[in-house]
Ligand binder design. Structure first.
Ligand code: UD1
Ligand code: CA
Length: 456
């Protein structure tokens, strides 16, 4: 087997996306489009990996780092011009050049292996992957003669009317013999409606020279899907979500409405957990068994134990242990840990806080930079005043504390084990264990006041 160099074309802006972000960096169900291609080639043994960058190349370099070689295409003059930019990098290389597009994300290792094998065993100078699509719009079409021999590729915009019905398309994935590739690239001229150097013109050039060009047909059309517009992106995302939802359902997760549920690849969910509609679960979230999640919940990088209930809430970068009850309308911000059997109710926000086993914050509360022990009751409207405008300070609430409603806990402050605070208190000093702290002005009743007011 000859050696293989992979070249990924990713220099274009993606004009049809109508966006300032390079097309290949658009988010496809949790990761940039380009990362799908990179993940595939990481499972594929190749001698060299090169990516062609151009439009906002610094953004792509920042994302990928130095695990790949870069070729810079300063002006985006077309796919042939793009590949030509790898000439110098590949000057010492001998073997096959596998050309991929950064905007064709679902390609599998299996089909690439099939392509290479077919290319090699037939000794072609170029082999491409084609596909038969019901709706071929937007793709270059494969032109064949009456005997089915390939004659060339015509881009959608240059297609004469009588060829519009051709359903065999070019997927933009090719394997070339390196020497032949670069010799033929020099011969391409930008004579087409877009005035671009088309890589697809290579087919005609090579055939003219009497060389053989082969093709294999993709068996699964979703694999070769190219993303050019925001609509293509949304359709591709849908495919990823649907695939993920199906996988989870086969593992015993109940998903009430797959159409309104969005779960990113890599998320893990235990058996008998029910996911209610309008729920989004992102980035490496793990959920245990027998949980009830949603409706209207958004989990990002969350670690959820068994038997947890989450209703209409947002959880980011937090750990929630078994049998915790959350929501509706709670927000757990990063570095929060909620321990076994605790309860977080309506309009409660936690940030960088540990809430102990069996503790409750049931209504209208903000707990930030707090360490809260077991069996603590946080009254409605309690606020940790953790920020003095300069620095974040810590609140410590020990086991069994009872905080009355509408308290302000001015950090740094510590409430000792088993202590109580009166409703409406502003706690500025530590409270010793087992004591009651009342920190509010005493009520004064002025008798007959309202009657006197009415008379004047
Ligand atoms: C290309 C093919 C078309 C095929 C389709 C499959 C050509 C001329 N056409 O069309 O036959 O059906 O893919 O998806 O090749 N790029 C560069 N530099 C450039 C231009 C493009 O790096 O100067 C990159 C883009 O960033 C993109 C890839 O090449 O990742 C393909 O370019 P795109 O403009 O999307 O080509 P299509 O019109 O889809
Ligand atoms: Ca494309």
């Amino acid at each position: 087997m000859k050696e293989t160099a992979v070249v990924i074309m990713a220099a274009g802006k993606g004009k049809r996306m109508k966006s300032d972000l390079p097309k290949v960096l658009h988010n496809l169900a949790g990761k940039p489009i380009l990362n799908y291609v990179l993940d595939t080639i990481n499972h594929f043994e190749v001698k060299r990996k090169i990516i062609i960058v151009g439009y906002k190349s610094e953004k792509i370099r920042e994302l990928i780092g130095d695990k790949i070689e870069y070729a810079e295409q300063k002006e985006q003059l077309g796919t042939a011009h793009a590949v030509l930019q790898t000439k110098e990098l590949l000057s010492d290389f001998k073997g096959n050049v596998l050309i991929l597009s950064g905007d064709v994300p679902f390609l599998t290792v299996k089909i690439l292996k099939r392509l290479l094998k077919y290319h090699q065993s037939n000794n072609f100078c170029c082999t491409l992957i084609s596909a038969i699509l019901k709706n071929p719009q937007g793709y270059g079409r494969i032109i064949r003669d009456k005997e089915g021999k390939m004659e060339g590729i015509i881009e959608e915009v240059d297609l004469p009317v009588d060829k519009k019905l051709i359903t065999e398309i070019n997927t933009g994935i090719y394997c070339f013999d390196k020497e032949k590739l670069f010799q033929a690239l020099e011969k391409i001229v930008p004579e087409n409606k877009q005035g671009e150097y088309y890589l697809t013109d290579l087919v005609k050039i090579l055939l003219k020279e009497g060389l053989e060009v082969g093709s294999i047909i993709a068996k699964d059309n979703s694999e070769i899907l190219g993303i050019n517009t925001q609509l293509d992106l949304a359709n591709a995302s849908k495919k990823v979500y649907q695939r993920m939802i199906q996988k989870l359902m086969f593992q015993g997760v109940s998903i009430i409405d797959p159409n309104s549920t969005f779960i990113e690849p890599g998320v893990k969910i235990g058996q008998d957990t029910i996911i209610y509609p309008f729920t989004i679960i992102e980035k490496g979230t793990k959920i245990g068994k027998s949980c009830l999640i949603g409706p209207y919940s958004h989990l990002i990088d969350a670690n959820i134990g068994n038997g947890v209930k989450i209703w209409a809430s947002i959880i980011e970068g937090s750990t929630v242990k078994e049998r915790v009850n959350i929501g509706p309308y709670a927000h757990l911000r990063p570095e929060t840990i909620v321990k076994k059997g605790a309860k977080i109710g309506n309009f409660v926000e936690l940030k960088k806080t540990i809430l102990g086993e069996g503790s409750k914050a049931s209504h209208l509360t903000y707990l930030g930079d707090a360490v809260i022990g077991k069996q603590v009751n946080i009254g409605a409207g309690t606020i940790t005043c953790n920020y003095n405008g300069q620095k974040k300070n810590k609140t410590v609430i020990e086991e069994g504390v009872f905080i009355g409603s509408n308290n302000s806990l001015v950090a740094p402050v510590k409430l000792g084990k088993g202590s109580y605070t009166g409703a409406g208190s502003t706690i500025t000093e530590d409270v010793p264990p087992d004591s009651l702290a009342i920190a509010r002005s005493k009520q004064r009743n002025i008798k007959g006041w309202s009657k006197r007011r009415k008379r004047t």
